[in-house]
Design a protein around this ligand. Structure first.
Ligand SMILES: Nc1nc2c(c(=O)[nH]1)N[C@H]1C(S)=C(S)[C@@H](COP(=O)(O)O)O[C@H]1N2
Ligand SMILES: [Mo]
Length: 390
């Protein structure tokens, strides 16, 4: 009797008609669309964060990255309930015996199951790490989130393409039939579920919708009140949330020191050393530009300060890539490269003010970089040095 208790279930152990290709295909279709959107917007984000761009990343529209990254996080979050229901609906198939007698079907089954194993593992990893990242919780210290998330995106999308290709005839036929049609059901699925298939699919889409509303508030201002998952919805100074604080970055002292200066280095030589008063004495410009964090939240700000092109020109520099260094001593974002087309854009500022007030210390006082259509992570705060080739 002990042995029988340890026996694995068979597909016939699962009797609910809800676990059906009809449900799997309908939920899977939307899951696939979410994954495709997540993949494309993820590629955009990865490319935007490269220090150099063989094909220039555009500076317009200024809200482009805000939109693509908002979509990335939103579709990723929507995919979580969809994936859970999809896996639930196909679970009995995990316990199917392989067709050992038929080499052709065996090969196809091995291909299908192998791609599904990879797909499930990669999907769970992507959604879990993405969610943790959006919640600003970094439990990993041994691997880089961005590199790993990027590499696994290719694996997930590759496995997804194989999966869809293998299943395409079934998907098409199932979607052409009524949702309650039983033509493709497993023989063991003979009992009505606790709710109808239609109700299950609708509930799943509703859950995805709730998950979207709960996160989209990080991007869409009027949704903020319902956004329990959006971690950066609190208003910061000037209506822009604060990501890393000056204390956390260890720049409180250097940023508020009367000795603070902005160095402009041209071709390896210091060409200008500017105090805050020097910067204020230069022509000031105002732009409306968003901070769009890779974690999904974004907020529009009204920034004022010196045009970067003016600053470089006054230091005798030619336009080119600009290496931007923060007062921050350590951390991945203390130094960023601003591509030449961003440096040349008239909207790119060394910002001194936000919403008509001097920058709050946590927003980058004495000055920060703000450029259009740029990932928030590269909008360097607490500037110390700008470097260009001669
Ligand atoms: N020096 C420095 N600049 C930085 C960061 C940082 O950690 N250090 N964080 C970046 C990130 S991830 C974002 S989203 C924006 C947020 O700017 P805010 O805190 O003013 O909203 O600043 C960017 N600039
Ligand atoms: Mo960020």
């Amino acid at each position: 009797m002990v042995t029988s208790r340890l026996r694995l279930p068979t597909p016939d152990s699962f009797t609910s008609r809800l676990r059906s290709p009809a449900v799997a295909a309908r939920v899977g279709l939307w899951l696939g669309l979410c994954f495709a959107t997540c993949f494309v917007t993820g590629l955009v984000s990865h490319y935007a964060q490269q220090p150099t761009h063989p094909i220039p990343f555009p500076t317009s529209p200024s809200w482009g990255y805000r939109l693509t990254q908002g979509l990335h996080v939103t579709t990723g979050v929507a995919a979580i309930p969809l994936l859970l229901v999809k896996l639930w609906s196909v679970l009995p198939r995990l316990f199917e015996a392989p067709p050992l007698g038929d080499p052709r079907r065996l090969l196809l089954t091995a291909l299908e199951r192998g791609s599904i194993a990879v797909l499930v593992a990669a999907s769970v990893f992507q959604l879990a790490t993405g969610l943790l990242n959006a919640a600003q919780w970094y439990p990993w210290t041994t691997f880089s989130f961005r590199t790993t998330h990027y590499a696994l995106a290719w694996i997930a999308i590759g496995a997804l393409l194989v999966h869809v290709a293998v299943k395409l005839p079934l998907i098409r036929d199932v979607l052409a039939r009524d949702i309650d049609d039983t033509a493709h059901d497993r023989p063991g699925a003979r009992e009505a579920g606790a709710l109808s298939r239609r109700a299950l699919v609708r509930t799943t889409f509703a859950a995805a919708g709730v998950a979207v509303l709960a996160t989209a508030g990080g991007t869409v201002p009027w949704l903020r009140r319902v956004s329990v998952f959006a971690t950066r919805t609190g208003e910061g100074p000037g209506g822009v949330p604060i990501n890393k604080s000056a204390t956390a970055a260890g720049v409180e002292e250097s940023a508020t020191s009367p000795d603070w200066r902005l160095e402009v280095v041209v071709g390896g030589t210091v060409a200008a050393v500017l105090s805050l008063d020097d910067l204020r004495a230069m022509p000031q410009h105002t732009v409306d530009l968003p901070i769009a964090c890779v974690e999904g939240w974004s907020a529009q700000g009204t920034w004022s300060g010196v045009r970067l092109v003016d600053l470089l020109r006054s230091a005798g520099a030619r336009a080119g890539d600009v290496v931007v260094t923060s007062l921050q001593r350590a951390g991945a974002f203390r130094r960023t490269t601003l591509p030449a087309n961003f440096a040349a854009d008239a909207r790119t500022l060394v910002a001194l003010d936000l919403a008509g007030e001097p920058l709050a210390l946590d927003h980058g006082f004495p000055c920060r970089l703000i450029a259009p259509d740029r990932p928030g992570v590269l909008q360097t705060k607490w500037l110390a040095r700008l470097e260009v080739d001669g």
